[in-house]
Design a protein around this ligand. Structure first.
Ligand SMILES: Nc1ncnc2c1ncn2[C@@H]1O[C@H](COP(=O)(O)OP(=O)(O)OP(=O)(O)O)[C@@H](O)[C@H]1O
Ligand SMILES: [Mg+2]
Length: 228
């Protein structure tokens, strides 16, 4: 199985308002292979979202290397980085941002349109995914009329639409009831495994974590094996 993402020796500190430095990540090594799902647990504030943002190329680490399909991203130009991000990275945030001036369907189709897909195909693919997350009947809604869980599902449809190589999901089903969460989790796992993608997910849901291929815990800046 080929390696899609590799993190080596990632460190990150934040500057506190009083000028002191707060060490969040102190040497993270992680590798994700085709079809693999890895879950990360850890206390609030331990740095899980920070780690996902770095791996998803949204935030620069202080030190360390990030490789996508064996290629070190530090050598990429801003344009190449942007193109890698749009082709390879899907992200579901804790509080996902939807474009409020666009409909649910347009939100889901947006990454495909940006990639240059023909509108007819992009909208049809977006409809297929909205159907899978149970939102097809809300496709013409503006996001502000959606419930919290519906927003989350719309964001998941948008993240899955371009079939990204690596999906980062930060508590993707946190605001959903148990049954909806379970069906969305199954959809995400299926998509990743059947399409040979990979997923790094932060979750406090033990059932979901147990379905991952590996469970890790972030503690004191390091990744430990298991859900401790
Ligand atoms: N830009 C920043 N500047 C300073 N401190 C920050 C910044 N971003 C995050 N922090 C701090 O870094 C720590 C790690 O934040 P992070 O969001 O990665 O935690 P988390 O593990 O995702 O927590 P949660 O489970 O609550 O979502 C937190 O204590 C947070 O206050
Ligand atoms: Mg977080």
């Amino acid at each position: 199985m080929s390696e899609l993402l590799r993190l080596e020796g990632i460190t990150k500190s934040y500057r506190m308002p009083d000028g002191s430095s707060l060490d969040i990540l102190s040497g993270i090594d992680l590798s994700l292979r085709e079809g693999e799902v890895v879950s990360i647990a850890g206390r609030s504030g331990s740095g899980k979202s920070t780690l996902l943002s770095i791996a998803a190329l949204l935030l620069a680490p202080d030190e360390g290397r990030i490789l996508y399909e064996g290629r070190d991203v530090s050598g990429l130009s801003a344009k190449e980085m942007q193109s890698l991000r749009s082709r390879s990275v899907g992200f579901v945030f804790q509080s996902s941002l939807l474009l409020e001036d666009f409909t649910v369907l347009e939100n889901a189709a947006m990454p495909l349109l940006i990639q240059g897909m023909k509108p007819r195909e992009a909208y049809s693919e977006a409809e297929r995914l909205l159907d899978k997350v149970g939102l097809l009947d809300r496709r013409d809604y503006r996001p502000r009329l959606l419930s919290g869980g519906e927003r989350q599902r719309a964001a998941i449809a948008r993240a899955l639409a371009p079939s990204p190589l690596v999906i980062f999901a930060d508590e993707p089903t946190g605001s959903l009831d148990e049954r909806t969460a379970a069906s969305i989790e199954a959809l995400m796992l299926d998509t990743v495994r059947s399409e040979g993608r990979c997923m790094l997910t932060v979750t406090h849901n033990r059932d979901f974590a147990a379905k991952a291929d590996r469970m890790l815990t972030l503690s004191e800046g390091r990744l430990l094996d298991g859900n401790v």
